[in-house]
Design a protein around this ligand. Sequence first.
Ligand SMILES: N[C@@H](CCC(=O)N[C@@H](CS)C(=O)NCC(=O)O)C(=O)O
Length: 211
Amino acid sequence: MATPKLVHYHAPQTRSFTIRWLFEELGSPPHDLKVLDMKKGEHKTAAFLAITPMGKLPTVTADGTPVTEVGAIAIFLADLFPEAKLAPDLNEPARGTYLRWIVFNHAALEPAVMDKARNTPAGLPASALCYGSYDDTVNALAGALKVGPYILGDRFSAADVVLGSAVRYLTMFKLLPEKPEFSSYIERMTSRPAFKSALAKDEELIRMRAT
Ligand SMILES: N[C@@H](CCC(=O)N[C@@H](CS)C(=O)NCC(=O)O)C(=O)O
């Protein structure tokens, strides 16, 4: 089957950066980049809401079919370009670990951090929350990163792009506690050539917008 035509709807300085970085790690396979100006509300136009009703970025379309949610997009793209070797094969046990941590980002890390930041009153016991408690979530992630250098141990994967992005921006916003496991992971991720290249491209977008 031919590779579908990919469109990445993007805005710099958002979660969409994760996907920009991932495209770099994949060796920049052909895709159209459509940059939306969120300050002008371009992500809430009728045309964009017809693609994705929440009007959120990142969104990727594949032959017109929308894929949203950073983790889903990462899994989709890493599988679409297997030659980049950013995803364990279906029959490898590491596939389970890989999926586990990509889903953990959405199912535990982000909700735990956002609830804490918003001071959500405790209406439910920890046992009923998708993340248990903020401390348990943070400690689980720090524990998994302790061995390193990557979330799968010796093997870099798309899960590091998802988690590396999240740990970086949550730390920038002081939403994660300072821990050596996080700072050294951020250091390893941000020193990757693909990360630097994606960041330089987004900085150029921001500069162009300012002029
Ligand atoms: N769960 C989504 C969250 C996406 C998201 O919230 N993106 C923000 C930018 S970081 C956004 O598009 N906000 C615009 C809005 O909601 O109006 C994902 O992981 O992709």
